[in-house]
Design a protein around this ligand. Structure first.
Ligand code: CU
Length: 129
């Protein structure tokens, strides 16, 4: 409960912060806020050193459109699939160990419509050695 309150506070204050701002938190993890809205991720390129823990704060800024963050790569040991409801936020933690360039995207699609990914909702996670 306390965490929820903190996140809401961050969201309110966060209006003045730049999207994609990252910083090392207390436990050594790198924290990056990614905005999901208007069929794009902001920022759409994320960079992390291999073995470094990355905490992604996913903020859906759309008022009615649900989004998703999917990052799956067996060789890279990555398996993330998180739904972020309209106006909501989710936090996901990952520790990529294999250097490389990995594509993430939104898996949402409405029947008879282009998928969000086809509309450009994808990005790249670069894991440096
Ligand atoms: Cu989407």
């Amino acid at each position: 409960m306390r965490k929820t309150t903190t996140l809401i506070a961050v969201l309110v204050i966060g209006g003045t912060l730049l999207p994609g701002l990252s910083h090392a938190s207390d436990n050594g993890a790198t924290r990056i806020t990614v905005t999901l809205g208007d069929y794009r991720f902001t920022p759409h390129q994320l960079t992390i050193n291999s073995g470094q823990t990355l905490v992604l704060e996913l903020h859906n800024t759309d008022s009615i459109t649900p989004h998703n963050f999917t990052l799956k790569n067996r060789d890279g040991g990555l398996d993330v699939d998180v739904d972020v409801p309209a106006g909501g936020q989710r936090e996901v933690e990952l520790t990529p160990k294999v250097p490389g360039s990995y594509t993430f995207y939104c898996s949402k699609k409405l029947l008879f419509m282009k998928s969000h990914r086809e509309r450009g909702m994808e990005g790249t996670l670069v894991v440096t050695p």
